[in-house]
Design a protein around this ligand. Sequence first.
Ligand SMILES: Cc1cc2nc3c(=O)[nH]c(=O)nc-3n(C[C@H](O)[C@H](O)[C@H](O)COP(=O)(O)OP(=O)(O)OC[C@H]3O[C@@H](n4cnc5c(N)ncnc54)[C@H](O)[C@@H]3O)c2cc1C
Length: 365
Amino acid sequence: MAVKWKNPKERMQVAVIGGGMAGAELVRLASSRRLDITLIEPKHQVECQALYPDYMGGLVRVEDMTAPLRPFCEKVGAKLVNEKALAIEDHEVVCERTRVPFDVAVVATGAVQNYFGIRGVEHTFSLNTLEETMRAREYAESTYPDRIMVIGSGLTGIETACVLADSMETSIYVIEAMDRLLPVFPAGVSCRVEKALGRKGINVITNARVAEVTRDSIIFHDGSSLDCDMAIWTAGIKRCALSQDLDLPMNRGWIQTDQYLRAAENIFVLGDCAWVEIGGRIATKTGIEAERQASHTARNLHHLARGKPLKPYSILAGADHPLALISTGNGCALGVYGDSCLPVPSRLLHVVKRWIDKSITKRYL
Ligand SMILES: Cc1cc2nc3c(=O)[nH]c(=O)nc-3n(C[C@H](O)[C@H](O)[C@H](O)COP(=O)(O)OP(=O)(O)OC[C@H]3O[C@@H](n4cnc5c(N)ncnc54)[C@H](O)[C@@H]3O)c2cc1C
């Protein structure tokens, strides 16, 4: 269904909530004289999560993963409200101290780590935020643990285990609750990644559901336990506080969008906080999708401002056909495209991945 902006002659007020990969990219691409954009983001910088595992291994610096938001917003002519959004009321975003009026709002608040209510998670480290990643690296460097357990074998868990195996003389374990590594990827990919981990001496434990984490051990549901000196939790994400409180349609805990990436007539939802399901395909929660959804919505905002109909979104990296470059350490990466995966990790793919990841924050400088 096409929605028309009511007065194409006026500047449309757009409030973007969240200045991560989707929100910052939308602001960069949508900025123009037709749109009056306000970015609402409590952090002072845009951050590239994809480089956090490399940061754990001392391979990149904080400057490679971040770009300050204020100069970026000034450059593109957007306003920055350096606060957390608390609610959306009618045509206003309610922030900690400010109220931001809007004609169109864009929710791009990402996701937070999900601990599934497991006891003792305060003893674990997470790589979901820059602060947590810095805390994890500081701990690893200052205590030099003998045994590190990486809980969860998604992309973050695999890349973190590989980078640690390269940079530390320590026993690394990857613990997965399902029966294979990278359970959301095709089985052939899991098999190749498991071989790559085996070559690096990383211990893989599957079918192991963590029940509790203590200061020096991991306890499993079957009552068994493993000693550990450091536990890194990478097993799952969930919606953040704001998206829980919005009166918008939900699907499996995420905000459900339509084919135009809207959850209401004047509210678009992008990136990790969105449940994007179009034509039977489900978008993955990846940087690739966050960026594509942002560029598509930037174009649609311009259509709206000109009184033109919206264009439907088309998913590229779907759960049925993943698209990923997975760092396997030693300067190599595996490429995954649907069911296809290179038989061995390649240096060239790693160069490409590092270039893509580093170029993300450079766009905002
Ligand atoms: C360790 C790690 C490695 C990854 N590696 C890859 C990879 O190699 N390739 C890939 O494609 N993807 C990767 N991803 C996934 C990718 O980083 C995310 O899919 C992407 O960042 C999602 O973008 P987003 O804008 O939805 O969320 P984010 O980038 O997380 O941004 C959300 C923003 O919203 C802000 N926010 C939250 N609540 C509020 C509020 N109430 N008010 C205002 N602002 C708010 C946050 O401060 C944050 O800045 C990785 C993720 C992690 C954690």
